[in-house]
Write a protein that binds this ligand. Structure first.
Ligand code: GLA
Length: 390
């Protein structure tokens, strides 16, 4: 083959494979920052109905939570009839969602919010109470689109045993073909390390099994999630599961640490409590604009654990504008401890002075700091700072 011809061949091949990649991947322009919203599962499980969802949408708006960024109202498992209808379509549960999902999505949209739904890459969902979408991906994605669904959480129960890597992209294609741009939240629990392939398939991927409303479960999940930090990016996020803040199983300080760790890890901030009856403390945590801004920072880099000695840890990561976020965590229950970090630990040049802002106290220290910092951290608590090198 002549040189020119060979070059043409190579260019053609590159073009063909580039267009193939485009078709195969999600690239839907959604999730440029981690998704924020509410989901029914952690607090309500299967005890959901249309009135609850409407009231939750009302509460998200009236409380001001929608204003600080929580936009998605997501129904989890148990929203559909036990069986498909005679045409093979999923149908809203006649007893609990009598007005149907379209009407509910319209209501949520009328509040300026977005609407999310749930299914499984199996024959039934995890509750076993409704069908899953395996083998019905195209049909269900079309149904969701026709209802005005903006977000799909796609679970991993009652499967045919085929690999997640094969099953989850089928829904990617179905969503692409549905005629609506739908956020794709993959929930395969980290089984096939979706962080390594998820960015082509979905907008976020669970890295862990289900969170429980306890200090140890919360830390267990964020530690697993931390191992995949480098794979997170705008459009595709690691998901250590939904928030438990407000559900009552942890202390105030523990919930502050939970929310802080999720925020710096660029985790989806999906509220999992009853926002209609939200207590003041939980509201204060969930609505902290400075912590939310860390999560939603335009750089989109997940912070990670940079230092550990016993129960004491330093987590850090870059933010836009050359800033750094630093979280000091005392996992122990044995009393207040001193945690020290050096500039080198958190990626600041050793010669730089830095200003220091405590985003829970909403306080910027008067003096700039050099070289290192030592801070007291109470048991089962964290301190969260933004540093600006000067
Ligand atoms: C799985 C998921 C949970 C929730 C339930 C619903 O366990 O991981 O987040 O969706 O199913 O049954």
């Amino acid at each position: 083959m002549e040189k020119k011809q060979r070059l043409r061949c190579v260019v053609l091949l590159v073009c063909i494979s580039a267009s193939w990649v485009r078709i195969e991947s999600l690239r839907n322009g959604l999730g440029l920052t981690p998704q924020m919203g509410w989901n029914s599962w952690n607090h309500f499980g299967c005890n959901i109905n249309e009135k609850l969802i409407r009231q939750t949408a009302d509460a998200l708006v009236s409380s001001g939570l929608a204003n600080v960024g929580y936009k998605y109202i997501n129904i989890d498992d148990c929203w559909a009839n036990y069986n498909r209808d005679q045409w093979g379509n999923l149908r809203a549960n006649d007893a609990t969602f009598p007005s149907g999902i379209k009407a509910l999505a319209d209501y949520v949209h009328s509040k300026g919010l977005k609407f999310g739904i749930y299914s499984s890459a199996g024959t039934r969902t995890c509750s076993g109470r409704m069908p899953g979408s395996l083998g019905y991906e195209k049909q269900d994605a079309k149904t969701f689109a026709s209802w005005g669904v903006d977000y799909l959480k796609y679970d991993n129960c009652n499967t045919d045993g085929s690999p997640e890597k094969q099953r989850f992209p089928v829904m990617t294609q179905a969503l692409r073909a549905s005629g609506r741009n739908i956020f794709y939240s993959m929930c395969e629990w980290g089984y096939q390390e979706p962080a390594k392939w998820g960015a082509e398939v979905g907008n976020s991927w669970r890295t862990t099994t289900d969170i429980k409303d306890t200090w140890s479960s919360m830390l267990f999940n964020i530690d697993i999630n931390d191992a995949y930090a480098k794979y997170a990016r705008p459009g595709g996020w690691n998901d250590p599961d939904m928030l438990e803040v407000g559900n009552g199983g942890m202390t105030y300080n523990e919930y502050v640490a939970h929310f802080s760790l999720w925020a710096i890890s660029k985790a989806p901030l999906i509220i999992g409590c009853d926002v209609i009856n939200l207590n003041k403390e939980a509201y204060g945590i969930l609505s902290n604009k400075e912590v939310i801004a860390i999560n939603q920072d335009s750089l989109g880099v997940q912070a990670n654990k940079v230092k550990k000695y016993g129960d004491l840890e330093v987590w850090a990561g870059p933010l836009s504008g050359g800033r750094k976020v630093v979280l000091l965590l005392n996992r122990g229950s044995e009393g207040t401890k001193l945690i020290t970090f050096n500039w080198a630990d958190v990626g600041i040049s050793p010669k730089s002075a830095a200003s220091l802002r405590d985003v829970w106290l909403h306080y910027t220290y008067k003096k700039t700091i050099r070289h290192k910092l030592t801070v007291r951290v109470a048991p089962h608590s964290c301190r969260l700072f933004v540093l600006q090198p000067l």
